[in-house]
Ligand binder design. Structure first.
Ligand code: NAP
Length: 296
């Protein structure tokens, strides 16, 4: 059944997610802060809203995926934000990776309008978003999760209910801690082997035949070997997630020494101006220190 939906944030992830909802026949009002990213959605029949409030006006469900905590707070609470027009009974699905604390605050604010909030962080990157095959990690009321499922199913293939508000994000921060440190240490190992004279493709063959094999390194290796750092997930956003995970560790009394080291490596690459490249560009920082390039 076609539902009136609002969609906010048409970046790398939001654009294909919104397109899948439009292709499924839903009536979309879309908003993006910077005009000019709406052409494909307009062509697919969406209405372009001039503010988050305008996108929210008629929506039964609002989906948002924007950069960080400040962006989510702005979309919800600023002048022209969704709180101005939010209707009782509306569900907000927020797929931005943000602070669980900020997310819980947003859930309380929208509850004041009779609306329900799900933190619905995703993994699967741009290709998963394009294919409608994302994995969602979801926090909020179970009943809201069940009501949102028809919409969530169009954007993803797996939907894991994690518990109360903020717990989807807590899971996401743990997942990205693992993913970011794996990619960083993969890069360290490949720089070490390359400097010694082992060819990167030989090293990959060894890793793929060993217990160190991982989906993320299988996926990233061909891009690293070509030096192609077109952003699937921008390095500055991965660094943001490591900052959030470090904050969570501090708040919960969980020591994370490897996260702390990897976070500084991503920070250094970001400081070099690599923040808009894919996070696999972290290899280039290590390459520059070692004076070698991991290329085939
Ligand atoms: P992106 O391409 O940089 O898109 C960011 C979006 O946020 C853009 O639409 C941007 O609008 C909007 N935005 C930023 N600040 C805003 C503000 N103050 N007010 C309103 N809109 C604002 O990033 P992305 O890769 O799609 O990532 C979006 C979120 O998904 C992030 O939280 C990220 O951590 C998470 N995520 C990404 C991936 C991935 O593989 N890319 C995977 C899982 C989760 P403009 O066009 O105006 O800049």
């Amino acid at each position: 059944m076609s539902e009136p939906l609002g969609f906010i944030g048409l970046g790398i992830m939001g654009q294909p997610m919104a397109l899948n909802l439009a292709k499924a026949g839903h009536k979309l009002a879309v908003y993006n802060r910077t005009p000019g990213k709406t052409a494909a959605l307009e062509a697919a029949g969406a209405r372009v809203a001039d503010s988050p409030a305008d996108a929210a006006r008629d929506a039964n469900v609002i989906i948002m995926i924007v950069s960080d905590s400040a962006a989510v707070e702005s979309v919800v609470t600023s002048k022209g934000g969704i709180l101005e027009t939010l209707r009782s009974g509306t569900i907000i699905i927020d797929s931005s990776t943000i602070s669980p604390t900020v997310s819980r605050k947003m859930a309380c604010m929208v509850a004041g309008k009779g609306a329900s909030w799900l933190d619905a962080a995703v993994t699967g990157s741009k290709h998963g978003a394009e294919k409608g095959e994302l994995t969602f990690m979801i926090g909020g009321d179970r009943e809201t999760f069940d009501r949102a499922m028809p919409i969530l199913k169009i954007m993803g293939k797996k939907h894991i209910y994690c518990g109360s508000h903020g717990l989807g994000l807590s899971a996401k921060l743990a997942q990205n801690t693992i993913q970011a440190t794996m990619v960083e240490v993969f890069c360290e190992g490949f720089v070490l082997a390359t400097k010694a004279g082992v060819k990167p493709e030989t090293m990959l063959e060894i890793i793929q035949a060993s217990m160190a094999r991982a989906g993320i390194t299988d996926f990233k290796a061909p891009f690293i070997f070509k030096g192609d750092f077109t952003p699937y997930f921008p390095l500055k956003l991965m660094h943001k997630d490591l900052e959030l995970a470090a904050e969570a560790g501090y708040a919960q009394g969980v020591p994370m020494p490897v996260l702390a080291a990897a976070k500084e490596v991503y920070m250094a690459a970001k400081a070099q101006g690599k923040g808009d490249q894919d996070y696999a560009a972290v290899v280039t920082f290590l390459e520059e220190l070692a004076g070698v390039k991991v290329r085939t």
